[in-house]
Design a protein. Structure first.
Length: 337
């Protein structure tokens, strides 16, 4: 069995020079909640946002082995609640430490049970459910301060060939290198109201650029939009060359913006007064190997909203249009007037 799926060498690669929900009912740094008082007092500028320190994804995914298939992770972020992608990425990192490295993750199914805090470590207890001829299955329980905050099941498969087809990219998108950083694309008025970007950037180590207007901006103007959004994403630092590290890197990235894709038709966004938001469950499927520290187009569709819940699906494409991963997330989106 592997004991070093994510190694010190893999996670100490340097940060780029051009760096750009767990849940329960909570204020979410993912979508701009948890804003600090100092952020409200400080004038928001593109230069100030660009200079914010980002969480080190490699260190976040590098877990301490506590023995007995228990692994400890830290947030390395200065926000009150841990980003949902941290629980996803660290759960997968823990599971992978108990699996033959010749088997590759193809799915991760997670349930957010309680919100987690960034000022305390999280211990991941891995149960080896099955090692068959083709697949290995692991169950992971994330515990913080003696309380289970997240549950996950991960499945790994030995490589094999088979029939292939895929859904295509919905429409051509401007290449990421031709797009400005998000904060540089905002109008002066939008920038003045961009306090929500401070906890987003300081709480998540993900770069993002939008090929179209981010629907949240239209919603803030009171305008409805279809329940679709697209962003080029990548980790904000290099992750080395290990395939599994990059799979965990995308698990970390995959939570970004996804649930909010259900809100645009209602001309509301995650800071609309009266919103109670909480991620409930999240699934990732990997279809092909890729580098999470390179730009990929993340298409998100919030295809249903009812009963105080929304559900979104996501497709991740590389720059050649190959579908390399898919996601689904359901969450609480309850409005109290």
């Amino acid at each position: 069995m592997s004991t070093s799926r994510i190694s010190k060498k893999d996670t100490d690669a340097g940060r780029r020079t051009d760096t750009e929900h767990p849940s329960g009912a909570r204020q979410s740094p993912i979508d701009g909640h948890g804003t600090t008082r100092s952020a409200h007092r400080t004038a928001i500028t593109a230069e100030m946002l660009a200079a914010l320190a980002r969480p080190p994804v490699g260190r976040i995914l590098s877990l301490q082995d506590r023995g007995g298939d228990v692994f400890r992770g830290e947030a390395h972020a200065h926000v009150p609640r841990i980003y949902g992608g941290q629980a996803l990425g660290q759960s997968l990192a823990a599971a992978g430490r108990t699996v033959d490295p010749g088997r590759h993750v193809h799915s991760l199914h997670g349930h957010f049970v309680h919100p987690g805090r960034s000022d305390a470590p999280v211990d991941y207890y891995v149960e080896r459910l099955r090692d068959g001829g083709s697949f290995s299955t692991r169950h992971v329980r994330a515990v913080q301060n003696d309380r289970t905050i997240f549950l996950a099941t991960a499945s790994f498969q030995r490589p094999e060939d088979g029939l292939e087809h895929q859904t295509p990219v919905s429409a051509p998108a401007a290449p990421p290198d031709m797009l400005p950083r998000f904060e540089e694309s905002l109008s002066p008025e939008e920038l003045r109201g961009a306090v929500w970007l401070v906890p987003l950037l300081t709480g998540t180590g993900v770069d993002f650029r939008f090929p179209e207007e981010y629907p949240r901006l239209a919603n803030q103007r009171g305008e409805a939009r279809p329940p679709r959004q697209r962003a080029w994403i990548r980790t904000a630092e290099r992750l080395g060359d290990d395939r599994f590290v990059h799979a965990a890197g995308f698990a970390y990235c995959s939570d970004l913006f996804l649930l909010s894709a259900a809100l645009p038709p209602h001309a509301r966004h995650v800071e609309t007064p009266g919103l109670q938001l909480a991620s409930l469950d999240h699934t990732v499927w990997w279809h092909a190997p890729f580098h999470a520290d390179e730009w990929h187009l993340y298409e998100q569709h919030g295809y249903r909203m009812s009963g105080g819940r929304g559900i979104s699906r996501g497709y991740l494409f590389d720059q050649d249009g190959t579908l390399v991963a898919s996601t689904t997330q359901e969450g609480l989106l309850r409005f109290r007037e």
